[in-house]
Design a protein around this ligand. Structure first.
Ligand code: NDP
Length: 444
């Protein structure tokens, strides 16, 4: 049995009931076959893959808090510190009822390669809780965040582990967590990113993941003789990534015709009104039915359906496994030329393969959505030098990073005879740097 297959089998055996983690490991290791086979003897001897798939450390903790009725609620918190070969652990905190250890591990594992691809000195980690922020009062959110940080603060720090936002963790939650960290640890340091501008946040961090997704997509299309300008785009989700992906796509001359949330989706043939979407989602924190009610050209549909709409470019920006094989078939049948993942692992493995086999350009999330973590690393740099850069400065660094990421993965794919396979390219390019650093640091 090949080394790759052995390790995949081991991961499934050692981590039962963690299907998302198995899926992420399988996707990464399968695409690393060429580079692993070429170095098999050394990698086996050094147990490179076994070390890579085992987090350096993982924490699971109780998060008790008091709701508005005076009742005690208990959630579970997680932080997985996956790999620190190239820098302090870095990765978001997800607050969603679906969160469990397997999901945090899948995200943390992917984060290693994504962070490496940015070219910045950040290792891979991820955390979160099964807490559901939906429908909670501000006071309840604060109570949860303070309790969560009371435990988490023992394991993180500006030079060890720097968490950020993710699904359910926005500026409000980061603010409450930062306040609690400062209070308990007594230090004012860049321990979290995604902070408000008045206390160490970076301009353009809010926009970074969505904008970065479009910078990479634009470059991928350009290098394949195509153009984002004039393209029809389907976006899923209506959170942070989706909103700013929609905004930048429109700035680049594309027309975005869909967005969605966990209950339904919008088809707006006139093009999504970003200002209205921001008002509904960022200010009122309401459902998309409110968008439809205020916009005569918009049609609201219950359930899923974004990928049934004809488009040139599809940008899944909601959550994992939201673009299935059937969705991929519909996209291909409708002439879609490119899919770039704004969310983490939104496309199932069989859907990815189908898209690639049918000539659709496919940019995996670990490259395409790396703009968020890259700008988080820029926030860390600004915190370290106690300076703030302008929006334009951060945005132009972000654009350079995204364009470089695309060329790195394009080059890596070509070096291993997989031209145009950006999944292989992203995994190899991310892997090479991490493994080089791991081997240089000895057995640790
Ligand atoms: P938000 O919480 O801001 O938005 C998530 C969006 O996805 C919402 O519209 C939400 O709808 C929808 N959604 C969530 N779960 C489901 C589900 N099970 N089915 C259908 N829709 C769902 O998160 P972000 O925009 O920050 O993150 C989106 C994705 O991008 C995630 O995969 C995240 O890991 C990834 N990502 C985010 C980065 C960032 O900087 N924010 C950086 C890199 C990756 P509803 O409001 O109804 O829940």
């Amino acid at each position: 049995m090949s080394y790759v297959d052995e390790v995949i089998e081991l991961v499934v055996k050692q981590n039962p009931a963690e299907p998302e983690f198995h899926q992420a490991v399988k996707e990464v290791l399968e695409s690393l076959r060429a580079v692993v086979d070429a170095n098999e003897e050394q990698f086996r001897k050094e147990a490179v893959l076994e070390r890579l798939v085992n987090p350096e450390r993982q924490f699971k903790f109780r998060v008790p808090w008091v709701d508005d009725k005076g009742n005690v609620q208990v959630n579970t918190g997680y932080r997985v510190q996956f790999n620190s070969a190239i820098g302090p652990y870095k990765g978001g905190l997800r607050l969603h009822p679906s969160v469990n250890l397997g999901i945090i591990k899948f995200l943390g594992f992917e984060q290693i390669f994504k962070n490496s691809l940015t070219g910045l000195p950040i290792g891979g980690g991820k955390g979160g809780s099964d807490f559901d922020p939906k429908g909670k009062s501000d006071r309840e959110i604060m109570a949860f965040c303070q309790s969560f940080m009371t435990e988490l603060c023992k394991y993180i720090g500006a030079d060890t582990d720097v968490p950020a936002g993710d699904i359910g963790t926005g500026a409000r939650e980061i603010g409450y967590m930062f306040g609690q960290y400062k209070r308990i640890r007594g230090v004012y340091e860049g321990v979290l990113t995604g902070k408000g501008l008045s206390y160490g946040g970076s301009l353009a961090r809010t926009e970074a993941t969505g904008y970065g997704l479009l910078y990479l997509t634009e470059e991928m299309l350009k290098c394949n003789g195509k153009d984002i300008n004039g393209a029809t785009v389907c976006v899923s989700g209506s959170g942070n990534v989706a909103i700013y992906a929609t905004q930048k796509a429109q700035q680049l001359g594309a027309k975005v015709v869909t967005v969605s949330d966990s209950t339904g989706w919008i088809y707006d043939p006139e093009g999504i009104d970003v200002a209205l979407l921001k008002e509904v989602k960022e200010v009122k924190r309401a459902r998309l039915t409110e968008y439809a009610a205020a916009r005569p050209s918009a049609q609201y549909h219950e359930g899923r359906g974004v990928w049934s709409i004809k488009c040139d470019v599809a940008l899944p920006c909601a959550t994992q496994n939201e673009l299935s094989l059937d969705d991929a078939k519909a996209l291909v049948a409708n002439g879609c030329i490119a899919v770039a993942e704004g969310a983490n692992m939104p496309t199932t493995l069989d859907a990815t393969e189908y898209l690639q086999k049918n000539g659709v350009l496919f940019a995996p999330g670990k490259a395409a959505n790396a703009g968020g973590v890259a700008t988080s690393a820029l926030e860390m740099s600004q915190n370290s030098e106690r300076l703030s850069w302008t929006f334009e400065e951060v945005d132009s660094k972000l654009k350079n990073i995204m364009v470089n990421i695309f060329h790195n993965l394009d080059d890596a794919a070509k070096r291993y005879n997989s031209e145009g396979n950006y999944v292989v390219g992203a995994n190899i390019a991310g892997f090479e740097k991490v493994v080089d650093a791991m081997l240089a640091q000895g057995v640790c």
